[in-house]
Structure formats: structure tokens, C-alpha cells
Design a protein around this ligand. Structure first.
Ligand code: SAH
Ligand code: SF4
Length: 380
């Protein structure tokens, strides 16, 4: 089988170089070519000896997932749908802002955790993404962004013309990565950690730990392992102020209830690159958005240094939920802020291309492990 060098973090690439009789510094050169220059063709890696290039061409490839479509929003947000085989697709979204630009990437095809408000969860689980498929989203985004032409304002708003839009005030290099696309990153632990290592490696993407965020629905043992293996910024999807409601919305809560989850957050802070945990809280009308629930939430997190990110629910067909009104969100936020909890309301970006949180549906076919109960054994 042909080896895909995008599957290797620095350690594995060094091991591979050893196996083909090459010195460790070749691994560094290869990392730079592949991840910094976005080079996929060994023949163009000019500082590698010809013999080595031939050896590499005979045994290996640099193969990111194939991009099937690209959508570019009028606000500069871009979404790529990528083919990961067997009719399955994943999505990655680039969100440019003036001070930072964030790439939101996927970790699995579908998700087994079946949160009731999540379109990915509704589709069931197909499989974990490989390292090449995870890091390939960043590889591709950097390449696509580097080759975008300067701003051309579309005359007729057709997609092909919108492709050229590049609002000048935005920053077009990926400065932050959030693992908030499809899937539960901590349920695909080893591959996600290898991809994170590449994001942080100075010979690859060189991102700071503070600018790489793993978002989890709360797999407690894996939170502990992440703090040992690769402590990056942590976002925890809380969504409810008590176990009764969280059991319903985020079924993995039955396995790892709030008390255990918050204790894991406290432990994580010992090695975390930031001195707070980000709690994500989706705003669902009449479900979790009352003033009394906000007060309950304040009590729940009183011992955990944290910030809140309130996420307006993004609807999808037959979701059965409605987004809270902006007034309800404002009042909820006020309760948190008055208690000293920094809380932001997530702006919706890329509305015109369905690029918002929870709308990264991709395509999940062959749902081999769909659960009825929602709670299932996940590798932890
Ligand atoms: N599995 C991880 C990361 C992917 S989901 C997690 O659950 O944290 C990323 C974020 O999108 C989570 O906070 C999730 O709760 C939120 N989300 C899911 N569906 C959503 C929807 N329909 N509208 C708004 N946010 C949603
Ligand atoms: Fe999975 Fe996260 Fe969606 Fe829950 S919210 S089903 S954990 S992707």
C-alpha cells in the first residue's frame, strides 16, 4: 500500500526516514516542504537529493482529501466539502476576521454521540478521520488561501464571481484552528493528537497552543489524556445547567455527569495554555435559556475559571428546536456577566453558505454504528 506522508507527525516521519535509510534531518526538510510550502510533488522538493526524491516517489505520496466543492460567502467565510471516500463528505470552514482567522475542522465522519440539537449527531457515525484527512483540511485551506486572487467585487453575485471576494480588512492566513466541525475530536484521540502535533510543530504550521482549540462534549478520561499528551486550549460543550437536562441534550452526560466533567476541567487547567476553560452553551428557545437556568449555571461553574460562548442555535430540517430570541439571549448573558462570567454571543458567519456551527452536515453514508440510545462506548 502506498504511504501517505500527510499521515505522519514529526516522530512518525523521522521513523519513516530511518526505515528508508535517511537521516532525521530529512524528516524536517520533508515536513517543511509538505506543510509549510504545501508541496505534494516530490520532484519539486529541490533541496532533496535526486535519489531520495526517486525513492519517495516509488513508495509514498502526499495526498490530502479531495475537495469536491468550495463556497465563499459574501462576508469572506469559505467552506470546503471534501470527499473522504465511499460517498462520505466532511466540511471545513475558514472564518476571516481582522485580528485573526480561524479554520474550523472536522475530526470524524458523522458522530456517535447523538446530541439532539446537532445535525452531525443526527446523521450517525461512520468512521474516524485519519491524520491525513484531519491535517489535510489545514493543508488545503492554506494552499487555497495563498492562491486566492485579490478582491474582485462580484457584479451579479454568481458563485463563480463570489469566489474572488476577499474583503480587504480581513486576515487571510490561518492563525487559529478550532476542532468544532463534524465529529467528537476526543473520540478519535490518537489521530487528533498527531494532527495537533503537526499544527504546533515549528517545521509544519507553528501555531501556538493558545490558538488551537479542541472542543469536546465531555469525554472525561480523554480530557485527562489530552492534558498529558498535548494541552491545547479547551472548549467544553456544556449546554445545560444540570444533569437532568444535559442527559437529554448531550447523552454522553449519562456516562460522564457534570460533577465529573467539571472536575476534569479543573485538572485540565493545570497544564492548559490558557487559564480558563471556554464553555459553549447553545441557546435553545424554551429549553435551556431561562433566567433561572442562567442562575443555576452560575452556581454550577462557580469554582471553575471559565468564559462562556453562547451559541445561537442554527436550525436544520426537522430539528424540533428553535433558537432563543435575541432578547432571551441578551438576558441570559446579562445574568452571567453580572456574576462576573465573561460571556460572548457567537456571531453567525457564512449564513449564505450554511457554514455555521452545527450546519456542517457533510455527507454520512453507510452509518454502521448508529445508536438508538445515543450513549455508546467510545474509545477513551
Ligand atoms: N463534538 C464536539 C465538537 C464539534 S461540535 C463538541 O460537541 O463540542 C462544535 C460545537 O457546535 C459544539 O459546541 C456543538 O454543541 C455546537 N453545535 C452543534 N449543533 C449545533 C447547532 N445546530 N447550532 C449551533 N451549535 C451547534
Ligand atoms: Fe457529536 Fe459534538 Fe454534534 Fe454532539 S455536538 S453530536 S458531540 S459533533
Amino acid at each position: 500500500m502506498t504511504i501517505n506522508l500527510l499521515d505522519f507527525d514529526a516522530k512518525n516521519l523521522t521513523g519513516f526516514c530511518g526505515e528508508i535509510g535517511e537521516k532525521p534531518f530529512r524528516a524536517k526538510q520533508l515536513l517543511r516542504w509538505i506543510h509549510q510550502s504545501g508541496e505534494a510533488d516530490f520532484d519539486d522538493m529541490s533541496n532533496l537529493a535526486k535519489v531520495l526524491r526517486e525513492k519517495l516517489s516509488a513508495t509514498a505520496v502526499v495526498k490530502p482529501p479531495e475537495v469536491i466543492s468550495e463556497h465563499i460567502s459574501t462576508d469572506g467565510t469559505r467552506k470546503w466539502l471534501m470527499n473522504v471516500g465511499s460517498g462520505n463528505g466532511i466540511e471545513a470552514v475558514f472564518i476571516p476576521e481582522s485580528r485573526r482567522s480561524t479554520l474550523c475542522i472536522s475530526s470524524q465522519v458523522g458522530c456517535a454521540l447523538a446530541c439532539t440539537f446537532c445535525s452531525t449527531g443526527r446523521q450517525g457515525f461512520n468512521r474516524n478521520l485519519g491524520v491525513a484527512e484531519i491535517i489535510g483540511q489545514l493543508w488545503w485551506a492554506n494552499k487555497a488561501l495563498a492562491t486566492t486572487k485579490e478582491e474582485v467585487v462580484p457584479e451579479n453575485n454568481s458563485i463563480s464571481e463570489i469566489k474572488q471576494v476577499r474583503p480587504a480588512e480581513h486576515n487571510y492566513k490561518v492563525s487559529n484552528v478550532v476542532m468544532m466541525g463534524m465529529g467528537e475530536p476526543l473520540a478519535n484521540f490518537e489521530n487528533v493528537v498527531s494532527a495537533l502535533d503537526l499544527m504546533l510543530d515549528d517545521n509544519a504550521y507553528g501555531l501556538s497552543r493558545r490558538r488551537v482549540t479542541v472542543s469536546t462534549s465531555g469525554l472525561v478520561p480523554a480530557i485527562d489524556r489530552l492534558s498529558e499528551r498535548c494541552p491545547v486550549a479547551l472548549a467544553v460543550s456544556l449546554h445545560a445547567p444540570n444533569d437532568m437536562l444535559r442527559d437529554e441534550l448531550v447523552p454522553i452526560n449519562k456516562k460522564y455527569p457534570l460533577k465529573e466533567l467539571l472536575a476534569a476541567c479543573q485538572r485540565y487547567l493545570k497544564t492548559a495554555p490558557r487559564n480558563f476553560i471556554t464553555f459553549e452553551y447553545i441557546m435553545l428557545a424554551g429549553i435551556n435559556d431561562s433566567i433561572s437556568q442562567a442562575r443555576e449555571l452560575v452556581k454550577l461553574v462557580k469554582d471553575t475559571p471559565c468564559k462562556f460562548n453562547l451559541i445561537p442555535f442554527n436550525p436544520f430540517p426537522n430539528s424540533g428546536y428553535k433558537c432563543s430570541s435575541s432578547e432571551a439571549i441578551r438576558q441570559f448573558r446579562d445574568v452571567l456577566m453580572q456574576a462576573g462570567l465573561i460571556s460572548t454571543v457567537r456571531k453567525t458567519r457564512g449564513d449564505d453558505i450554511d457554514a455555521a456551527c452545527g450546519q456542517l452536515a457533510g455527507r454520512v453514508l453507510d452509518r454502521t454504528r448508529r445508536t438508538n440510545q445515543g450513549v455508546m462506548e467510545v474509545a477513551s
